[in-house]
Design a protein around this ligand. Structure first.
Ligand code: ADP
Ligand code: MG
Length: 622
């Protein structure tokens, strides 16, 4: 299916590689391409016609990994080993998701810190990046199977509200799956592109993209101008989607048949079947008036008007979010020119009609709403492949630009292929108490360790007043102007100390050197990500040892000698692992040390509180 070209110089045949578009969804994921014959975007389908791959990973015996529909079937029966909604965890710390921890039936590792979350399956720890990479690997191998050609290049979509680190995490997941991620694009932008909105340079429009998926709702207001999409505002609800509608139907049936809570808890099989039947009913009601079925002697029935009544409050809530998004964008309903419907749940007729009434416009809803984002990603991929010559190819950065962080890691501020001019800033802090200067080293390249990239410049931000480690707030900003000149600025926010430097990033690099650096990064991607994860675990271990030692030193009087011994033992074990341990061994020992020291910290907290209220027990105050 891929195009074959002839190299004029050598006469050899060259297979032109296809760039695929990937929608890495919370509930479902899929791959699309531009069909070489029709030139239209199409979703890749299995023999049975399905394009959607449930974004679910199951870990079985002997380290076997299953992704997709087969994993979905195990959700209820093997909850501890079946991981869903990985996308919600991307780039998040445990503190970020604490309030929703009960949403997950598997073990999200509570390390009580700001470091990135991990999921624990048996003795293994997985980062959301690794989990997403399993989904992407599955998508990639399905695509290769269908296309009968290697697939190594992709455009991947993310929600418009994803921040830098969530985007970087998505990129890393792609690389871990053996994909060169040419660009990360916003889901609402992709959906608009799929409908051809924005392909004409003269167009100037305001677009509302209403996306109701399985578990999340997003409304994005975009502006298209000179062929460039700009996100004016986003709003939504990260815990509202089609899954809630299934639950409403389950509840209705459970109530009608007076099925007790206890029976449901004990009969997982029944719970699972009810949920699947409810989803079938919901899908059925998108085109029929009534659903009738049964499980054994339990009669199941629901009509369209009953269903509509159940979901009405939820839809009203989404329209409230639309109001807010419009307000944030500084627009009125009448200013919107196009409304694009995205997400499987927008197949429900009531939702279509209420959204259409709300904006007073007819909707873009002719493409499959659960495929439209991937289709748009394929359109973008085609533009990048240079197959759509009329489409603008703005000036872009050929290689990623970033700074060196702890452990010699490359922290990318401006990913390669970013349109210029552009500006990005991010906050950093110091590692040591009383550090008065911070070295800022700027690198260019795609590798995870700065030593493998190209150093562009380095300077010291001096004159930071003495503060404990972690307290200074250093904002580093990268600005690339229209001439491709990079301006790096570093500023310590609390004291106002500031320093800048000017760099010419492309200077001295030929096209072939750029190409070589890219090739190296692709070849080394897997090793790099492993090294990055190991380095991060080592840094975390070293910091934990530091804080624990500090803690013991300051609070010896409140600990028994055997407690001090036990802690020191765990510290030594962790210290030994820093030189030769694996990532999993390190994380295991980090957790062990945390478990030992956490009760001490709590005890001290109690003592401190008691002291603060004058030696009284807290209960004395009541
Ligand atoms: P996500 O973007 O969250 O990965 P999708 O866009 O694939 O998810 O949407 C999945 C949701 O769409 C599920 O809740 C599914 O039940 C629902 N859905 C799929 N088809 C229909 C339909 N015909 N009518 C109503 N809901 C549907
Ligand atoms: Mg989606």
């Amino acid at each position: 299916m891929a195009k074959i070209g002839i190299n004029i110089a050598t006469g050899s045949l060259q297979k032109e590689e296809m760039i695929v578009g990937i929608d890495l969804g919370t509930t479902n994921s899929l791959v699309a391409i531009i069909h070489p014959d029709s030139n239209q975007p199409v979703a890749l389908r299995e023999h049975n016609g399905t394009s959607l791959v449930p974004s679910i990973v199951h870990f079985g015996e002997n380290n076997s990994i299953t992704v997709g529909e087969d994993a979905r079937k195990l959700l209820i029966r093997d909850p501890a080993n079946t991981i869903y909604s990985t996308k919600r965890l991307m780039g998040k710390s445990y503190n970020d998701i604490r309030d929703n921890a009960s949403f997950y039936a598997f073990k999200v590792h509570d390390d009580n810190t700001e470091s990135l979350v991990k999921v624990q399956v048996g003795p293994q720890f997985y980062t959301p990046v690794e989990l997403s990479s399993f989904i992407l690997k599955e998508l990639r191998s399905r695509a290769e199977h269908i296309l009968k050609t290697p697939v190594t290049k992709a455009v991947i979509t993310v929600p418009a509200y994803f921040n830098d680190s969530q985007r970087q995490a998505t990129r890393d997941a792609g690389r871990l799956a053996g994909l060169d991620v040419l660009r990360i694009i916003n889901e609402p932008t992709a959906a608009s592109l799929a409908y051809g909105i924005g392909l004409n340079k003269e167009e100037e429009k305001a677009i509302a993209v209403y996306d109701l998926g399985g578990g999340t709702f997003d409304i994005s207001i975009l502006k298209i101008h000179n062929g460039i999409f700009e996100v004016l505002s986003t709003h939504g609800d990260t815990y509202l989607g089609g899954d809630d509608f299934d639950q409403l139907i389950v509840k209705k049936w459970v109530k009608e048949h007076k099925i007790g809570e206890e029976r449901l808890q004990n009969d997982k099989e029944l719970m699972q079947t009810l949920r699947l039947k409810a989803e079938t009913a919901k899908v059925h009601l998108s085109s029929k008036d009534v659903f009738i079925d049964h499980i054994g002697d339990i009669q199941l029935q629901v009509t369209v008007s009953e269903f509509n009544k159940l979901i009405q409050p939820y839809i009203t809530k989404t329209l409230g979010a639309c109001e807010i998004a419009l307000k944030d964008a500084g627009l009125k309903k009448q200013d919107i020119n196009e409304v694009v419907m995205v997400g499987g749940s927008t197949r429900t007729p009531l939702i279509k009609s209420l959204v259409s009434d709300f904006f007073g416009l007819s909707l873009h809803d002719t493409l499959n709403p659960d495929e439209v984002v991937a289709l748009g990603a394929a359109v973008q991929a085609n533009i990048l492949a240079g197959n759509n010559k009329e489409m603008l190819l703005l000036d872009i950065t050929p290689l990623s630009l970033g700074v060196e962080t702890m452990g010699g890691l490359m922290d990318v501020l401006i990913p390669r292929n970013t349109k210029i001019p552009t500006r990005v800033s991010r906050n950093y802090t110091s590692q040591k108490d009383g550090q008065s200067g911070i070295v800022i080293s700027v690198f260019q390249g795609e590798r995870d360790l700065v030593k493998d990239n190209r150093k562009l410049a380095s300077f010291i931000l001096e004159g930071i007043p003495a503060m404990p480690a972690g307290l200074p707030k250093v904002e580093i900003s990268f600005l690339i102007n229209a001439d491709g000149i990079l301006l790096v600025n570093a500023k310590e926010i609390r004291s106002g100390t500031e320093q800048s430097i000017e760099v010419k990033p492309q200077y001295g690099l030929t096209d072939s050197e750029v190409e070589k650096m890219l090739m190296d990064s692709i070849i080394n991607a897997k090793d790099d990500i492993k090294t990055r994860a190991l380095t991060e675990a080592k840094t975390e271990a070293a910091q934990l040892i530091d804080t624990t030692l500090n803690f013991i030193e300051k609070n010896k009087e409140y600990l028994t000698p055997s407690e001090v011994d036990q802690t020191n033992e765990a510290i030594n074990a962790l210290r030994n692992l820093i030189s030769q341990g694996t990532k999993d061994e390190l994380q295991f020992q980090i957790e062990k040390l945390n478990e030992i020291s956490r009760p001490y910290a709590e005890r001290l907290m109690d003592i401190a509180i008691r002291k603060a209220i004058g030696g009284k027990n807290i209960s004395d105050n009541y």
